[in-house]
Design a protein around this ligand. Structure first.
Ligand SMILES: [Zn+2]
Ligand SMILES: [Zn+2]
Ligand SMILES: [Zn+2]
Length: 319
């Protein structure tokens, strides 16, 4: 059977699993749909492979060899087929563009789902199916020259379309309720992209009371009806939002954009906001009184001097 047919079968079986509504089959739905997406990508790699070796580009290891007429050609080594990282690299050099941000998000959701699955997660599953649908539809049309509806069949198409419409309508209404709140800090509003229910992991979270005053804001999960507070999740959201940036900043010898707050002990002190977005703590001393360099949280104990000036000061006193 061809790879594209395997891909379509896998996606269709996934949709059947999804419709079944049984908990365990939801996990299998997500697995089958993800496997189907990867097979679509592999099909594209086969299409792009040279005529004399149509499976070349799906081999994980490719090496140059000299053929009988002395020309250099490439051949696949071993039976291992490409992993996700290699598909990304090959698509990049072959100018096939996939929304990898969305793909990685789906993969992360799928891992989370397999670890935290509860009977209360139907919307988390719906989210994955909805997001996968967009990837599948675009890839079929843009790179495999196929009509997505004909290829997937009317039944599967209708289900995917409905799931995706329901999900995006709910997503919109949740976002509108969150946008209606006065968030005070841009970095906080930004971090709410990562907001998820602690019980069922759905991203369909509303802020039901638009008169709530920062930071006392109530959240409500539309999937499992769990109620919680901004306070309960602010640290996680900030971490999800800034950890990547912090990693690169520190690697380059710079400063993390956020750190631990001495007042509330959460990692919610954000330098660009000059305060802790959870408890409102501000640094008492902003610049060194001697050299005027900006001071860090640790340097607050020196009562207005940076650690270097403090060191020189202590040395002078000792002499
Ligand atoms: Zn929930
Ligand atoms: Zn704080
Ligand atoms: Zn100084």
């Amino acid at each position: 059977m061809s790879i594209i047919q395997n891909a379509i079968d896998s996606i269709q079986i996934g949709i059947e699993d999804y419709q079944d509504g049984d908990d365990r089959r939801s996990v299998s739905a997500v697995r089958n749909i993800s496997a189907g997406i990867l097979l679509l990508y592999k099909d594209k790699l086969c299409q792009l492979s040279p005529d004399e070796n149509k499976e070349l580009l799906i081999k994980q290891n490719i090496r140059p060899v000299q053929n009988e007429s002395g020309d250099i050609v490439f051949e696949g080594k071993g039976n291992k087929t490409v992993d996700v990282q290699s598909i990304k690299e090959r698509f990049k050099s072959l100018n096939v563009s996939v929304d990898w941000g969305r793909f990685d998000e789906i993969n992360k959701l799928r891992n989370d789902l397999e670890h935290y699955y509860t009977a209360k997660s139907p919307d988390a599953v719906r989210e994955i199916v909805a997001k996968s649908f967009l990837l599948i539809r675009d890839f079929l049309a843009d790179y495999l020259d196929k009509d997505p509806q004909k290829t997937l069949g009317d039944d599967a198409w209708a289900i995917l379309l409905e799931v995706s419409e329901v999900y995006s309508a709910e997503e919109k209404s949740c976002k509108a309720s969150i946008d209606a709140i006065e968030w005070q800090y841009d970095s906080v509003l930004d971090s709410l992209k990562h907001l998820r229910c602690g019980q069922c992991h759905s991203s369909l979270i509303q802020a039901p009371n638009n008169e709530d005053c920062y930071p006392r804001i109530t959240f409500h999960c539309k999937s499992c009806n769990f109620d919680f507070f901004f306070d309960d999740v602010v640290e996680q959201c900030i971490d999800d939002s800034l950890a990547g940036e912090a990693h690169y900043a520190i690697k380059d010898g710079g400063e993390s954009p956020y750190e631990n707050c001495p007042e509330c002990n959460q990692s919610t002190f954000i330098h660009s906001e000059k305060c802790c977005v959870s408890c409102g703590y501000k640094m008492e001393y902003v610049n060194c009184e001697i050299c005027e360099e900006p001071l860090s949280i640790e340097e607050q104990y020196n009562e207005g001097k940076c650690s270097y000036c403090q060191y020189k000061w202590e040395k002078m006193l000792a002499e």
